[in-house]
Design a protein around this ligand. Sequence first.
Ligand code: G3I
Length: 346
Amino acid sequence: MIRFLFLFMMLLAMAQTNHAQTVSKEAVTLKSVASFPLGAALNPKLLNNALYGRIAEREFSSVTAENHLKMHHIHPEQNRYDWSGGDALIAFAQRNGQRLHGHTLLWHQAVPKWVREFQGDSTAWEQLIKEHIQTVVGHYKGRIAAWDVVNEAFEEDGSLRKTIWLEHLGPDYIARCFRYAREADPDVKLFYNDYGQESSPGKLTAMLDMVADFKRRGIPIDGIGLQMHTNIRHPDRQIENTLRQTVNTGLLVHISELDIRINPDKKPDLVPTDALWQQQKQKFASIVRMYKTVVPKEQQHGITIWNIGDGDSWIPNFCKCQDFPLPFDKQYAKKPAYDGILEGLK
Ligand code: G3I
């Protein structure tokens, strides 16, 4: 009888330990272990999916609007602004105590039809961007912590990208956009955001030169966004070097659109293997670890993952191939990549 009682007590103790472990494992989320803001780019339409919303709320402390603050969404006609998508994200972020990062005021790929057809001299074009920037920044004043003011203005070789903005506003338009944004909100953090600095030294140099020039001329700029759409093969040393050089500007550093492709060769019929999942996990871990160790605390604006589940990613559409670049799968189950981020954060 005593032996039976002893066995029963042992089993009870084991069950309690297992329960405690499950509970504490469940309580660990990305944001709970992150020492800097950890964000996700969100699509407000997907928030209707309870799983998507729950992950966005539980795991992340910062939110970027993946698309809904871009000019073609928010300013679809010359005299009409559509705040619905941005306002929905703000409401979500405020409910959950999250920071909202604004993306983006000026991007050549987000030009509404009325702007493409706009006829006017350089003064009219100047008025157009000034009004757009100041209306949007003004609307969200005090509710959006930071803006990507200009997005992707440089080519790989460091020359200015030949966009509609360069054509109508001239080569110093980036500086003027930053000035207009600052006039509309003296407190919001102003970022320049671009992709591929880790693989295009010319673009990295152009961006760093622009920051030095802004500092000399007193143009307001607070941070740099390194988008970091990367893949499992990209050498860590190039990423680390890009981080170090960006840190040297003294500005805030944001890894602003992180995703990691497992199919860099764009095979149309790629079937993921455990080995690929593990490589993706390691790359997430090493990028997060590099950010944590290379970027001083006071310059850490954070890391933002470019959406949540593989089914929400822009990549397959873009590469016309199979790829799975995010930390959750299409059913929103955690992938090894999720554990990689956790590992890097710890
Ligand atoms: O929502 C509509 C849907 O109703 C429609 O049926 C479908 C048909 O194509 O389109 C859907 O909209 C798409 C939208 O993504 C939402 O998925 C747009 O066509 C598509 O152009 C849009 O692509 C976005 C792209 O920027 C262009 O704005 C991607 O989601 C977004 O991830 C991507 O993000 C950019 C960053 O802003 C800047 N850095 C590069 C990054 C990747 O291109």
